[in-house]
Design a protein around this ligand. Structure first.
Ligand code: TRP
Length: 454
């Protein structure tokens, strides 16, 4: 059911950058470093890379195939490819997951705006480590400020979504992604050149496997899905806008490489600098908001202008990276409502923006005034992160692999993978084998292990 009047990305590079824009975000620059810091540095990174190769790239190819072949939103895609079956629930599950992630993701995205403003207002210089920690807590405890930034961020996302696929999504990715990349490289070089950065590099490059347990495996797997925007139909939706001769395997390899490179660069920015000023790497989610400004002010104590430029640029680029990701989540839900419930695109976007803002407000408040309300010892924000990244996304990935590996007509998969360039037969066979056997068993195994220790 190819609907020729449906929007398309105008160019192949636009498609790659839009998918990479979705993948690269807070997951790489905020979540990856703190997971790495908590879970043992290089060992975690190695497992993460194995997860990208074993689960990430094959599941991405599967999502691309489903999306491009059906040329529709992720829920309808399964109805087109598997009419009359229950597979449609995989798509709906994805829409729900995307909706939940967007709601809490936008809270952290909002923090980046606050920190951008603080950095640009030159408020970092001269603060002590305790003051950085106190100012983060007083910000998240505040009733209004996180909520204000969250709503502003949702509106920025809304604005681009309403502009549509080529004008909004593709264009913003084409401009933002290259800027982001250049800024990250400059900052990583500055960090590595700091005196005493060696142990930080060692932490990133020299694995210590004694810290690895099944919780670390689940974290690495969750991080793979989270960082590559997999398991909820996000890239499936984007692939529905790919041109029919876009090479899916190459695009998947490009997106996964860009995404991993950005994560490693974020690590190279944070850890060498943190170790050089004697800060522990396991600060958790506040790493980028407490540790990093602290590191930047201490590391360049004699050069306040450098602290100013780097910190302002960093939070700006973090906000922009988050924006290209929130756009992709918003798009999944918006196009679902638009196509399934015959709403106008604008109306669908409004509905998503307002619902996500409301849930986001609850998440934001759960870090501050609502701290004492916990579920299983976690506040609402942490519950959302755990539920989506560690349970819902891998589960989505599990069913996407099974669907593409076992159910989907192999002719469709073969044709999709061979359009835009010939794929060697053994690579095709390897992809099918991974989707049939390796990914489902691997994901299932990590799951069972983790649920036992829960
Ligand atoms: N991948 C993005 C990041 O790293 C976040 C994201 C966007 C996402 N779309 C997603 C995560 C879909 C899971 C599923 O920040």
């Amino acid at each position: 059911m190819s609907d020729v009047s449906r929007a398309n990305f105008g160019s192949k590079i636009g498609a790659i950058l839009a998918a990479a824009g979705s993948a690269v975000g807070l997951g790489n620059i905020w979540r990856f470093p703190y997971q790495t810091g908590n879970d043992g540095g290089a060992a975690f990174i190695l497992i993460y890379i194995v997860c990208i190769l074993c689960f990430g790239i094959p599941v991405m190819i599967a999502e691309f195939t489903i999306g491009r072949h059906s040329r529709s939103n992720t829920a309808r895609a399964y109805q087109i490819l598997a009419p009359g079956t229950q597979w449609k629930w995989v798509g709906r599950w994805g829409v729900l997951t995307g909706f939940l992630i967007l709601s809490y993701y936008a809270v952290v995205a909002g923090w980046t705006l606050e920190y951008f403003l603080q950095a640009a207002g030159n408020t970092f210089i001269g603060k002590t480590p305790e003051e950085f920690a106190a100012s983060f807590t007083s910000f998240t405890d505040n009733l209004w400020r996180p909520v204000f930034w969250l709503i502003l961020f949702m509106f920025a996302t809304h604005f681009i979504i309403v502009k549509g696929v080529q004008q909004g999504i593709e264009r913003s990715a084409k401009i933002l992604m290259p800027i982001l990349f250049v800024l990250l490289i400059i900052m990583a070089i500055c960090s590595i050149l700091l005196p005493g950065s060696g142990p930080g590099l060692e932490f990133l490059l020299k694995p210590d496997f004694s810290k690895v347990n099944s919780g670390v495996l689940l974290s690495a797997m969750g991080q793979t899905f989270y960082s590559l925007s997999l398991g909820m139909g996000c890239l499936c939706t984007y692939a529905s806008y790919f041109q029919s001769d876009t090479n899916l395997t190459k695009t998947a390899l490009n997106v996964a490489s860009i995404d991993s490179l950005v994560a490693i660069l974020a690590g190279l920015i944070i850890f060498p600098a943190a170790f050089s000023v004697g800060i522990q790497p396991d600060a958790g989610p506040s790493l980028v908001f407490i540790t990093l400004p602290n590191v930047l002010t201490q590391a360049f104590a004699g050069l306040p202008w450098l602290t100013y430029i780097l910190s302002t640029a960093f939070y700006l680029l973090l906000a922009l990276a988050a924006l290209t990701s929130t756009i992709s989540m918003h798009e999944v839900v918006t196009v679902y409502l638009h196509e399934e419930f015959k709403m106008s695109r604008r109306k669908a976007a409004w509905l998503v923006t307002s619902m996500c803002s409301i849930i986001g407000i609850l998440c934001a408040l759960s870090m501050g005034v609502g701290k004492e309300y916990t579920i299983f010892g976690m506040n609402l924000f942490d519950v959302f992160d755990f539920l989506t990244a560690k349970l819902m996304l891998p589960l989505g990935g599990f069913f996407i692999s099974i669907f593409t590996g076992w159910y989907l007509d192999k002719k469709i998969l073969h044709d999709e993978l061979n359009s835009g360039g010939h794929l060697p037969l053994f690579v095709y066979k390897a992809i099918v084998f991974i989707l049939r056997v390796v990914a489902p068993i691997g994901i299932g195994f990590v799951f069972i292990n983790e649920l036992e220790i829960l």
